[in-house]
Ligand binder design. Sequence first.
Ligand SMILES: C[S@@+](CC[C@H](N)C(=O)[O-])C[C@H]1O[C@@H](n2cnc3c(N)ncnc32)[C@H](O)[C@@H]1O
Length: 128
Amino acid sequence: MSDRIEDFVESMKIQPGDRILEIGCGHGVAATLICSKLVSGSFLAIDRSQKMIDAAVKRNEAFVKAGLAKFIMAELELADLGDRKFDKVLAMRVRLFHSEPRQAQQLAMRWLAPNGKLFVQYDEPQGK
Ligand SMILES: C[S@@+](CC[C@H](N)C(=O)[O-])C[C@H]1O[C@@H](n2cnc3c(N)ncnc32)[C@H](O)[C@@H]1O
């Protein structure tokens, strides 16, 4: 388990009833940590890679089966989540937040509920 991801999720102060959206979930490591803190809340993740979505679903199968978590292939720029709103939206190491931060933030903030919070981390993965 990565300290980077653990520390980031800890900083989000997840509440049992939170509605959470993750953008660019990758293998679903943060998803596991977040879902283990939810009771009545919900977790939705998008990623533009079907391979990553498959890996995240596999890793979080119990949460998906329990109806707590959902993973869908979608790109931040094009995703249509209807009128769904979230208490906390997170994105870690999703390049658009580095290359086009204003655009990425605007895209993510349309899904925030009133008083919702956006959590972003961008650092270059080691070795890249
Ligand atoms: C470097 S990985 C980071 C994965 C994980 N968030 C982490 O911090 O370990 C970036 C992930 O974001 C996804 N991604 C990148 N740009 C995206 C976009 N515009 N919309 C949706 N997913 C995106 C990639 O497919 C990849 O799974």
